[in-house]
Design a protein around this ligand. Structure first.
Ligand code: BTN
Length: 262
């Protein structure tokens, strides 16, 4: 279990972590962050951390299993002074920062599966849910929610997703200090966010490409409408996946689930 004091002083960046709010248990740190954002005139950089979530949310309407005492669940609240189009790059920059922090802190070969799953040895160890809302003053408010399976035992997950998932402890063979890992992640996220604010999108995309496990592979992508297969050729500046179909045509994929076939 965390103490409130150790979380609120875990990291203080110029932007990220100007203020850190800790709740032992909440519905979802993303929802809590938006709630905080509604009541603040300057929400930029506030971080919300919880030890457990009762209604943790995953991408594509799924739930995120959030047991107490073992993992990391936190949300960055951002109010970027840039266009919504430019701000969407945060959904690539955040997983790149998180994967880099895991590599630094644990030595594990963390990778990103498009768009923002954190994988180790082809199994999911974490995920990121970015949600966007219009603010009162017509700027945008982003909740960048990050969930990492740190010390969770395999049997905390339902049997059907167990073979596809892992935790850092399972991969490393020993417990990981959640607080130190959180500090490393917030520090990497602060650096990436500053790059974004300075318009350095290319560097952020390059970081994502360097750490991803998807480009160059044969994939199938399941979206709401249909499933396609082909070679994942690249991502574009919006972070969309470009898949070359067997016909030779390029399909631009905005959202979906990737399975790496070979
Ligand atoms: C996914 O891979 O589906 C995204 C998972 C995101 C989970 C995190 S945990 C902290 C934040 N609060 C939530 O309710 N979801 C995100």
């Amino acid at each position: 279990m965390f103490t409130k004091e150790e979380i609120i002083s875990v990291f203080r960046g110029d932007i990220i972590g100007r203020e850190i709010i800790y709740s032992e248990s909440t519905t979802s740190t993303n929802d809590m962050a938006f709630e905080v954002g509604r009541n603040r005139t300057d929400p930029e950089g506030i971080v919300v951390v919880a030890d457990t979530q009762t209604q943790g949310k995953g991408r594509l309407g799924r739930s995120w299993i959030s047991p107490a005492g073992v993992n990391l669940y936190f949300t960055l609240l951002l109010n970027p002074p840039i266009s919504p189009e430019d701000a969407t790059i945060i959904s690539l920059a955040a997983p790149a920062a998180v994967a880099a922090a895991i590599r630094k802190h644990t030595g594990l070969p963390a990778q990103i599966k498009w768009p923002n799953d954190i994988h180790i040895s082809s199994k999911k160890a974490g995920g990121i849910l970015v949600e966007m809302k219009a603010n009162k003053d017509n700027t945008i408010l982003l909740a960048v929610g990050i969930g990492i399976n740190v010390n969770m035992p395999p049997d905390a997950l339902p049997p059907d997703i167990r073979p596809l998932s892992t935790s850092l402890k399972t991969e490393k063979g020993k417990s990981i200090d959640r607080l130190k890992l959180l500090r490393e992640m917030l520090s990497e996220l602060e650096n990436s966010y500053k790059f974004l604010l300075h318009g350095n999108k290319r560097a952020l995309i390059n970081d994502w490409v360097r750490l991803n496990s998807t480009i160059g592979r044969t994939v199938s992508v399941q979206s709401q409408e249909r499933t396609i297969s082909g070679i994942a050729e690249n991502i574009n500046d919006k972070g969309e996946l470009l898949v070359r179909l067997s016909s030779g045509d390029i399909e631009v994929v905005r959202a979906g689930d990737v399975t790496i076939l070979k």
